[in-house]
Design a protein. Structure first.
Length: 311
């Protein structure tokens, strides 16, 4: 079975040392899927990591004039490289400890977005460190991005979060899968690019990684999209006395739950939306939302919330 796995933030760390430790558990879950003879593509988030990279360059540029501010697409590419490095080493080591020889390959991945996406008229995603009003005004002379005051903690730049249209390196990902590689791709949702006059160019934006996972799963004709998070199942009335875990959810039910406000933006909402998007475009497939620790059991139907298509 061909599976796209979307890793939530609990799978990675906020520093290189923390990440190496957390990736050990993540690698066990991925190895369980490989040991069950599934083809696996992994998409990971990069929120803390890309913010850390950008903040480091921001601070360095304020100390030394010859150090430039680093554009967000380049920060995203750097995060894909170092997160992929940790993941591929961790997964390879875990597999070898189980007597399994498999290549694990990271693809620095670009995600095409529509330059006319409405998100570009309404940047909402805060990125990077917190600054004083004076400091961010000075930085704005080099970075042409809007900024907002964020929860009384200071000022941050904000960027758009457009929808993924295409995964530029999808043919390479397919070729690697055909050659029996485990593939890490579209990290952080992919580096956002637009195409003008036949040329791809990076653009300051952040693409939701769950949305990109769904798009990639559709393109490579995956049989399952597994969205891994901190909980075993999708919960209705989360944190309330009437809280209820769901074993399965149709696309019609999911849309109704979304409209009723059951899922928090930036948390469960994008995961449910991505699951609905994938099975709507591939009705014979399934999307499963489950915990990282129980990924293999979720594929077997023993846990997790299955999202399936209904007319």
């Amino acid at each position: 079975m061909k599976i796209v796995v979307a890793l939530g933030g609990n799978a990675l760390g906020k520093s290189p040392a923390e990440q190496i430790e957390l990736v050990k558990n993540t690698s066990e879950s991925i190895a369980d899927l490989v040991e069950d003879n599934h083809e696996v593509v992994i998409v990971h988030g990069n929120g803390p990591q890309v913010g850390m990279i950008q903040s480091a360059f921001d601070e360095a540029s304020r100390i030394k004039e010859n150090i430039p501010l680093m554009p967000l697409p380049e920060c995203g590419a750097m995060s894909q490289g170092y997160i992929g490095y940790h993941l591929q080493n961790g997964i390879r080591t875990t597999l070898e400890n189980r007597g399994i020889r498999k290549n694990v390959t990271t693809v620095v991945t670009q995600t095409l977005v529509d330059k006319d996406d409405d998100a570009f008229d309404n940047p909402t995603k805060p990125i990077g460190a917190f600054y004083t009003k004076e400091a961010i005004e000075e930085m704005k002379k080099q970075i042409d991005l809007p900024y907002v005051e964020d929860s009384g903690r200071g000022y941050r730049f904000v960027v758009p979060s457009p929808k993924p249209v295409d995964i530029i390196e999808s043919d390479s990902i397919k070729a690697l899968l055909k050659d029996k590689n485990i593939v890490i791709a579209a990290g952080g949702g992919g580096i956002p690019v637009i195409k003008e006059e036949g040329i791809y160019g990076g653009i300051p934006a952040v693409i939701d990684k769950d949305a990109s996972s769904a798009r990639l799963a559709e393109i490579i004709e995956a049989d399952r999209l597994i969205i891994l998070t901190a909980v075993d199942r999708v919960l209705l009335d989360f944190g309330k006395p009437a809280q209820k875990a769901l074993d399965k959810m149709s696309t019609i039910e999911a849309r109704n739950f979304i409209n009723e406000g059951h899922f928090a933006p930036g948390s469960m909402l994008p995961k449910v939306e991505a699951a609905v998007e994938f099975v709507t475009h591939k009705p014979e497939a399934q999307a499963i939302i489950a915990s990282l620790e129980n990924a293999a059991d979720a594929v077997k139907g023993k846990t997790g919330t299955i999202v399936y298509f209904t007319e």
